[in-house]
Design a protein around this ligand. Structure first.
Ligand code: BEZ
Ligand code: FE
Length: 295
């Protein structure tokens, strides 16, 4: 027998990590080595029992079985553990110079219908009318004409159109807009409402077992992209929404919270094509240039 170190409780991580030493891809070796060290430290820290290990295997197996082409329970698990937000935040540092990102979420599953500036995306006639407007600029405040602004939100009952294909019109509360010459966009919608993430699967069990609620605060999703600039996937959150300080997926960043004030002005309402009074949500977006690294 050679003098290769055998498995022991003390040396477990080193022994397993050494098995990866011939991995041709150095990044894969680094990731797996670190993963094994953290995983073994965790098992030792809590002294995982055999029964707990079996429960974990059963939980992950059911998480896989709950996933299909329209539902991804593993991403939801990553979301409620804060891992999605951490990966998102690490990979989209802005150095304070651009609009911050947040989680994509599972409901951007269809291409948003192309719409004209000023269109109404609320096709189900529910909710409090709201004029959403903003400007897309580069890091020096220069307007970005022709930028794409892809938006989607849940309806007044707390569901996305794709969750209720027989109830909501297809494309309800979704739209793909292009900014005008001045980088501006505007459209009619309704004030977003808070809603629960899907909680009828293993992730819901985890939330219940830990006394957590499944709700996300009211938000409007955006993906904004412009030629020569880094796209941003983000939301804006409604300032007076419940659950702002306990988002089930940890998506809230202070810079993304917006007041949605009421406007009582019949002339402005008529100009926007909305009933008076109406609410307004202003979302200015700053994108970094592709070549620029945040400081
Ligand atoms: C969402 O905002 O659409 C969402 C994000 C993460 C998990 C579930 C839903
Ligand atoms: Fe959402």
């Amino acid at each position: 027998m050679s003098d290769v170190q055998l498995f022991s409780e003390e040396a477990s991580a080193e022994v397993v990590a050494a098995s990866f030493r011939h991995t041709p891809d150095p990044r894969l070796e680094r990731v797996l080595t670190s993963l094994v060290h953290h995983l073994h430290a965790f098992v030792k820290d809590v002294e995982l029992t055999q029964q707990e290990w079996e429960s974990a295997v059963d939980f992950l197996t059911r998480t896989g079985h709950t996933s299909n082409e329209v539902r991804q329970e593993f991403i939801l698990l990553s979301d409620v553990l804060g891992v999605s937000m951490l990966v998102e935040t690490i990979n989209h540092r802005t150095g304070g110079a651009a609009t911050e990102s947040t989680v994509l979420g599972p409901f951007h599953m269809v291409e948003s219908p192309a719409r004209a500036l000023g269109d109404d995306i609320a096709l189900d006639g529910k909710g409090t009318p709201c004029l959403v407007s903003g400007r897309v600029t580069g890091p020096d405040g220069e307007p970005l004409a022709g930028a794409s602004v892809d938006v989607w939100q849940a309806n007044e009952d707390g569901f996305y159109d794709v969750q209720q294909p027989t109830v909501q019109p297809a494309g309800n509360l979704r739209g793909l807009f292009r900014t005008d010459q001045d980088g501006r966009f505007w459209f009619r919608s309704v004030v977003p409402r808070y809603y629960p993430i899907p909680d009828d699967g293993p992730v819901g069990e985890l939330l219940t077992a830990t006394g957590r609620h499944p709700n996300r605060p009211a938000h409007l999703h955006f993906i904004v992209a412009a030629e020569g600039h880094r796209p941003v996937t983000t939301h804006v959150f409604v300032a007076d929404s419940p659950y702002l300080d306990s988002d089930a997926v940890f998506g809230v960043k202070g810079s993304l919270v917006r007041e949605v004030p009421e406007v009582d002005d019949p002339a402005r309402a008529a100009e926007a094509g909305l009933p008076n009074p109406f609410r307004t949500l202003t979302v200015d977006v700053t994108l970094l240039r592709t070549v620029e690294e945040p400081s």
